[in-house]
Structures are given as C-alpha cells and as structure tokens.
Design a protein around this ligand. Structure first.
Ligand code: HEC
Length: 115
C-alpha cells in the first residue's frame, strides 16, 4: 500500500514537470540567440532578413523571418519546419542536430524578429 502511493506520487511529479515545460514554449530566447548565430545566420542573416553571407547563392533564397507570412505561422508550424526542413529548398532538417528544447529556444529568438 505504501509502495503504491509512493509510485503515484512519482507519476504526479513527472506529470507536473511536463506541464511546466509545455508552458515554457516557445523557449528561452537568450539561449536561442546563440543557437541562431551558430546555425542559422549564414543563410537567414543577423537580423533574420534572409540576407546572410551565403543567401545570394541559394535558390530559392532563405526566408525573410521578419515577414508577416512567417510570423503569422503558429509555433507548432514553425517548429515543424525547423525540425523537418523544407523540401525543395536548402532549409535543412535540424532534428538530428538540435534537441527539442534547443528548437524551442531558437524559435523563441525567431519571434523577436516579428516584434
Ligand atoms: C543553408 C541555408 C539555411 C540554413 C543554415 C537555415 N535555413 Fe531556414 N530556410 C532556408 C531556406 C532556403 C528556406 C526556404 C525559403 C522558402 O520557403 O522559399 C528556409 C526557411 C526557413 C523557415 C520557414 C519560413 C516559412 O515561413 O516558410 C524557417 C522558420 C527557418 N528557415 C528557420 C531556420 C532556423 C531556425 C535555422 C537555424 C537552426 C535555419 N532556418 C537555418 C535556408 C536555411
């Protein structure tokens, strides 16, 4: 009986944690800034305008992340694109490279381009 209630306690704790994480989305934009500068800036540019150093050699060019058509997308949609990449473009899939939390953090930073 004692063991059972201990087990329930642990379950409730884990459940509580995942709710706490879910509420943090999108993630930490300060952490995201560093990730963006490392992984995204070459294509999307320092200010997200799609004008990074390699942008002019890409067809189609990198998205201008400051634009409404990007910022209007939901967190879920943008998360999906960052995870899976964009077929037919040079936008890579990041899910092997970045953790789920890191993708949320970078997304938190992308949202500042719309402010
Ligand atoms: C090799 C160049 C390259 C790199 C590196 C890159 N991107 Fe992209 N990205 C692109 C291209 C090209 C597109 C597609 C533009 C289009 O749809 O015409 C794109 C599209 C996107 C979009 C979708 C915009 C939309 O509304 O469809 C998001 C969001 C995005 N990139 C975020 C990121 C993030 C975050 C990183 C870094 C983790 C990153 N990109 C790294 C080239 C790049």
């Amino acid at each position: 009986m004692v063991m059972r209630s201990v087990r329930y306690g642990v379950l409730i704790l884990i459940g509580g944690w995942s709710v706490a994480f879910a509420e943090e989305l999108p993630g930490n934009k300060e952490v995201g800034t560093g990730l963006y500068r490392t992984h995204c800036v070459n294509c999307h540019g320092v200010k997200g305008k799609g004008d990074g150093p390699v942008a002019s050699s890409l067809t189609p060019p990198p998205a201008d992340l400051t634009q409404k058509n990007v910022q209007q997308k939901s967190d879920r949609e943008l998360e999906q694109i960052i995870q899976e990449g964009k077929a037919g473009t040079s936008m890579p899939a990041w899910k092997g490279e970045l953790s789920g939390q890191q993708i949320q953090d970078v997304l938190g930073y992308l949202r500042t381009f719309g402010e």
